[in-house]
Structure formats: structure tokens, C-alpha cells
Write a protein that binds this ligand. Structure first.
Ligand SMILES: *Cc1c(COP(=O)(O)O)cnc(C)c1O
Length: 384
């Protein structure tokens, strides 16, 4: 079994489970995104902070020149602390509280991505009370499905996100009458872990229809934010350690019709940070069940909930053993039947104390960790 190249001699004294971050890989990924963006001067990247708000990673991403896409006041605060310029911070989300809106206006963020008429009016009121003008984009629900897990599509009419496109024109007209919001553009986001570029092409076509309609009615379009969602290959982290950024940007280049000079914003999260992270655990016990054997590890859904929440696949590697493979259910200690990382999974024969790497866990891993069962939050190890 081909395995990642982990310095396990350094793991001996560390308390498992912990997150291992390959900062070299993150750095190469940021370089590649920057290289791609340099070919498209109107394209701008805002890293989706919710994928991983580990301060060390955030600082590297801020230093690479990206902006930040946030979905809470706490994320805005973390982004400011990590060094993102407030004007490069965007704030999205269907349920922004008054306190979060006030805080974001106070630090002078670059954009509110507004998801309803009610929210637009509240932002206008709060901005008025502070003597400010809030820069806003309207998040449009494009009613487009993506070929991904049902729980992570966001652009269907049935989803809670965004403004339905049939009322968009009325809301833009209303927005233009408000004195404390400034209309700046349109925002879209169709989902996550998208590998089929035709989903992004469909989004572009829908955006083209919407902007053409606005122009016909002499309404402003402003800039375009296409959201995030580019997927990674969870199955082959040792062969493909970077998302296909070239095909991704080429798809927008080919299909998105915008006037020259129109800024186009991207909000990638997963594809930037997922490959560089692994959850490192130890085998506690190997247990013979009546139908299968279990490798019971000390990591669980409290450190990495994606398998339990979305039935997500992560490659699992035994870093300590080089014995012939056996078949295991790889499970954690939490009192939930869904606390399973892999079922009927072949990996090198396990022994108590072996190090196990759960790969491609840099996105929606540490950020979603909980203390359920009163587990400690995971610590981190950074590899340069
Ligand atoms: C989650 C989210 C993103 C990032 O999605 P990824 O799949 O991690 O790239 C971008 N924009 C918005 C509005 C989001 O909610």
C-alpha cells in the first residue's frame, strides 16, 4: 500500500489524535493558485475561512495575498487577526446577527453577501445608526444542482440559501433606494466537493442569463462572485495532492460572459486546505467481531465528523506496519454507531499502538471538531 511520507519518528511523544499539517504542500498550493490568478487580472480569490480557521494556516493564506470569505462574526475576527485586510474580507451567511453586522461594519469589511430582503433592510438600519454605508452583494439562488452529496448542495431552489432569481430585480431596485447600503454586485455558490466542471459551466450559463436580463432592464450588475466548491481527489492523495485549479479557472474563462474589467471573485475553501491535513491517530485495540474485525482507534467523529455526517470517504493508512493487508472496520470510541471512518477497508495489519493517518482532512476537519463525550479538542503538528 502506497503511503504518505510522514515523519513518524517525531510523533512518538505527541498525544494522539492530532492534526498534521503539511505547510510545504499548503505553500505549493497557494503558489499554484496565485500563478493561475496571475493569468486572469480580473479574478480575485477569497479563501473560505470556514473550511479551516487554524490561525497558522490562516496567516499563511493571508500572507499569500488572498482575501477571506467569512460566515460569522467570529470568522471575520479571526481573519482580521490573521492579517487579512478588512477591505478584502467578505461576510456571507443566511443568518447574520445584529451584533455580527455591527462588528463587521465597525472593522470596515469589503462586502456583505446578503441573502434576503429582510437582512438587507436590517443592514441598512444598522449602518444608518452607525453613520456608515455597507457595501453589499446580493446572493442569488441560481436553482442549479451539483453532482455532489445532497447535504452539500446549496444552489437549489429548495435550499435555504440566497434570493430567488424571480424576485432579484425587485430587490435590486429596492436596494438602490436605500441610503446606507451600496449595491456592488451578485454572489452565487452552488455547493461543495464539485469535480464535474460542467456544474460550474451550468452556473456560468445561469449567471449569464441573469446578468443579460438585468442589463435589458437597465439594472446594474456590478461584480460577480461565483462562490467556491471545487473538489479534491480523496481517493488518491499520494498521486494527486492538488486540486485541478487550471481546469477550474479555464471553465469560468470559457463560459462566464462578463464585460472586460468586471471583477470576478472566487471563494475556494476545501480545495486550498484539504490535501495538506491528516488526522493522526493510534490503534487502541483490534477486536474480532462476529462478521468482521474492528480497528478501534483513538480518533473519532469528535475530531473529524465528515464520515459520520456525510458518509464522506477519507483514505486511511497504517503508518507503522508493513505487514500484509487485512480487512477492518476502522472505528472511533464515541458512543454513536456512525462513528466509523471506513467499513470493510483493506490496510496493513494493525497492532495496538500503530499510527494511523486519515488523509485529506485539512478542510472541514479541525474546524468542525467538538467536545462530544468530553473529548479534548485536537492539537496540531506543523510540518515545514
Ligand atoms: C462554504 C462556502 C464556500 C467554500 O466552499 P468550498 O467547497 O470549501 O470551496 C464558499 N462560499 C460560500 C458562500 C460558502 O458557504
Amino acid at each position: 500500500m502506497l503511503k504518505g511520507n510522514f515523519p513518524i519518528e517525531n510523533f512518538k511523544d505527541l498525544r494522539t489524535p492530532f492534526y498534521y499539517y503539511d505547510l510545504g504542500l499548503l505553500s505549493r498550493t497557494l503558489d499554484e493558485v496565485r500563478r493561475q490568478l496571475s493569468q486572469h487580472p480580473d479574478y480575485h480569490m477569497h479563501y473560505a475561512v470556514k473550511a479551516n480557521f487554524n490561525p497558522r494556516l490562516l496567516e499563511m493564506i493571508a500572507a499569500s495575498g488572498m482575501g477571506a470569505d467569512c460566515v460569522s462574526g467570529g470568522e471575520v475576527e479571526a481573519a482580521v487577526k490573521a492579517g487579512f485586510a478588512p477591505s478584502d474580507i467578505f461576510f456571507a451567511g443566511v443568518g447574520k446577527s445584529d451584533e455580527e453586522i455591527r462588528y463587521a461594519l465597525g472593522v470596515g469589511i469589503g462586502r456583505f453577501n446578503v441573502e434576503s430582503l429582510a437582512e438587507l433592510n436590517v443592514i441598512d438600519e444598522i449602518a444608518a445608526s452607525m453613520g456608515k454605508v455597507a457595501p453589499v452583494s446580493l446572493r442569488v439562488n441560481p436553482d442549479i444542482g451539483a453532482h455532489t452529496h445532497a447535504n452539500i448542495t446549496t444552489g437549489l431552489a429548495e435550499n435555504k440559501f440566497g434570493i430567488n432569481h424571480d424576485v432579484l430585480e425587485d430587490i435590486i431596485r429596492h436596494c438602490l433606494t436605500l441610503n446606507h447600503v451600496a449595491y456592488k454586485g451578485l454572489h452565487f455558490h452552488i455547493g461543495s466537493q464539485i469535480l464535474d466542471m460542467s456544474d460550474f459551466a451550468a452556473l456560468c450559463n445561469r449567471i449569464n442569463e441573469i446578468t443579460a436580463r438585468l442589463e435589458r432592464h437597465s439594472l446594474p450588475v456590478g461584480d460577480i462572485n461565483v462562490g467556491g466548491g471545487l473538489g479534491i481527489d480523496y481517493h488518491h492523495p499520494n498521486h494527486l495532492d492538488m486540486a485541478d485549479f487550471a481546469s477550474y479557472f479555464a471553465t469560468f474563462r470559457k463560459h462566464l460572459m462578463v464585460k472586460n474589467g468586471t471583477p470576478v471573485h472566487f471563494e475556494l475553501g476545501r480545495s486550498i486546505v484539504a490535501p495538506c491535513g491528516s488526522l493522526i491517530c493510534r490503534v487502541l485495540y483490534v477486536k474480532e467481531g462476529s462478521y468482521r474485525q474492528f480497528a478501534i482507534i483513538d480518533g473519532s467523529m469528535t475530531e473529524l465528523i465528515r464520515p459520520a455526517l456525510y458518509k464522506a470517504y477519507h483514505r486511511v493508512e497504517n503508518l507503522s506496519s508493513h505487514e500484509p493487508e487485512e480487512v477492518y472496520d476502522v472505528v472511533g470510541p464515541v458512543c454513536e454507531s456512525s462513528d466509523v471512518f471506513a467499513k470493510s477497508y483493506s490496510m496493513d495489519k494493525c497492532h495496538r499502538g500503530d499510527f494511523i493517518a486519515i488523509r485529506s482532512a485539512g478542510a472541514y476537519g479541525e474546524a468542525m471538531a467538538s467536545q462530544y463525550n468530553l473529548h479534548a479538542l485536537p492539537s496540531s503538528y506543523y510540518h515545514k
